[in-house]
Design a protein around this ligand. Structure first.
Ligand SMILES: Nc1ncnc2c1ncn2[C@@H]1O[C@H](COP(=O)(O)OP(=O)(O)O)[C@@H](O)[C@H]1O
Ligand SMILES: [Mg+2]
Length: 391
């Protein structure tokens, strides 16, 4: 009888696979970002800035002429004047009609949550961060997903260039030499001015081992570690945005307890809807159990469910109705359409905001960009009204 050899895929083979895939990933990425080793922000047209401020283009042009505002730049061989991100922020802060955060008032902390991967948490929170920064807001974006997708969008390579000491991980460290009480050590600027980031990488997963130990031994408030650490930063930023892993992990619970508000992007699909129900159910269970065991209460200032990746199919319309009924009054007005332009920008490790105007994608990308503009307006408007309004 002939001996048959069964395939055996052990650690050695998986190591080869990991090495091969990492090499390809890094090469693709280097190619995409060439000639810049890091991402750079795109330039913006006067039309885009006028839309941001809510002024008609002609009115905007005359306001721009009449003052000592940044003049932008017309590149060789181009007809249109474009503006750098810093110029946009300077112009918006002079011409905007919405108020600044009052001096000394804390920024608003919002956690992006859902139970299911692919529900567009990362894309949504990153686009919101970019939109808020374009409006002149200062944003701290904290990546709490060990997968590090948000960090990748900032141009970092979590897999190869970050360690636990670059992430929020040291807040949860049991080693008293390295443990930290604020995120000062990990905050870094990004290519998108107005956005600072605390990145994540696989090593952040250690928090998922340490926090349950803390819970089991009843040593301190395991759910409150991030919340306490953020107190050092709330007055420095207009918004602190937290991106979480697709689960109610210990880190995600920390994000919820650190947050004033929760934002749940929700594609109108059956599986996403079921996962969302499960999320709220489990959040309730956790909040109740923490309250029962420790007396600590948690109340949010806002909850926003945003329909995302919405397509024109009849089933999406049906699911929209079901979601609106289920999650009233928390479903936000603006919806994020499903868009090919998103996939296109995703290939180059970016979002729709990173995409420069290009005839091929202009129509769909404008639709997506405008949807995010409306979402950012809604979120910022609500924050101004409820937190930073006239006092
Ligand atoms: N508006 C959109 N239209 C189409 N695809 C989208 C849209 N937003 C996000 N995606 C894609 O959906 C996938 C999951 O998005 P992601 O933000 O990583 O979700 P999560 O963080 O919840 O896992 C990504 O491939 C992303 O490019
Ligand atoms: Mg994500």
């Amino acid at each position: 009888m002939q001996a048959t050899t069964k395939p055996r895929i052990g650690a050695a083979e998986i190591r080869t696979l990991v090495q091969q895939a990492s090499q390809v990933h890094d090469a693709v990425r280097a190619e995409m970002l060439a000639p810049h080793p890091r991402k750079i922000a795109p330039r913006f047209t006067a039309q885009q800035i006028a839309e941001l401020i809510g002024l008609e283009k002609s009115k905007f042009d005359s306001r721009l002429r009449g003052t000592n505002m940044p003049a932008g730049h017309i590149a060789d061989g181009k007809r249109r004047r474009t503006f750098s991100l810093d110029e946009v922020r300077a112009i918006v802060s002079q011409l905007k009609s919405f108020p600044s955060r009052p001096v000394g008032a804390p920024g608003y902390t919002m956690a992006c949550v859902n139970f299911k991967g692919g529900s567009t948490k990362t894309s949504t929170i990153f686009n919101i961060a970019q939109g808020l920064a374009l409006r002149g807001r200062r944003v701290l974006l904290i990546d709490l997903d060990p997968q590090g997708s948000t960090s990748t969008l900032t141009g970092l390579m979590p897999h190869t260039e970050l360690t636990e000491a670059d992430t929020a991980g040291l807040l949860f460290s049991t080693d008293s030499d390295s443990a930290q009480k604020s995120l000062e050590y990990a905050i870094r600027e990004t290519y998108w001015s107005g956005i600072d980031v605390v990145p994540a990488c696989g090593a952040l997963n250690s928090a998922e081992l340490i926090l349950p130990q803390m819970a089991a031994m009843r040593r301190g408030q395991w759910w409150n570690v991030l919340n306490a650490a953020l107190d050092a930063h709330r007055a420095e930023y207009d918004y602190i945005l937290l991106d979480t892993a697709p689960s109610l992990s210990y880190l995600a619970v920390n994000a919820a307890y650190a947050a004033d508000g929760l934002l749940m992007p929700l594609p109108p699909e059956q599986l996403d809807y079921s996962a969302a129900l499960m999320f709220w159910d489990m959040l309730l269970e956790i909040i109740t159990s923490i309250q029962e065991t420790s007396g600590a209460e948690k109340a949010f200032k806002s909850i926003g469910v945003v329909l995302s990746k919405v397509n024109a199919r009849p089933v999406a319309a049906m699911m929209r109705g079901i979601i609106q009924q289920s999650f009233a009054p928390y479903v936000l007005g603006p919806e994020i359409p499903s868009s090919e332009a998103n996939a296109l920008s995703g290939i180059s490790f970016g979002t729709i905001h990173d995409l420069v105007d290009d005839d091929g994608v202009a129509r769909t990308s404008n639709k997506l960009r405008q949807a995010f503009d409306r979402l950012v307006d809604t979120i910022d408007g609500a924050t101004v009204a409820s937190q930073w309004g006239a006092r």
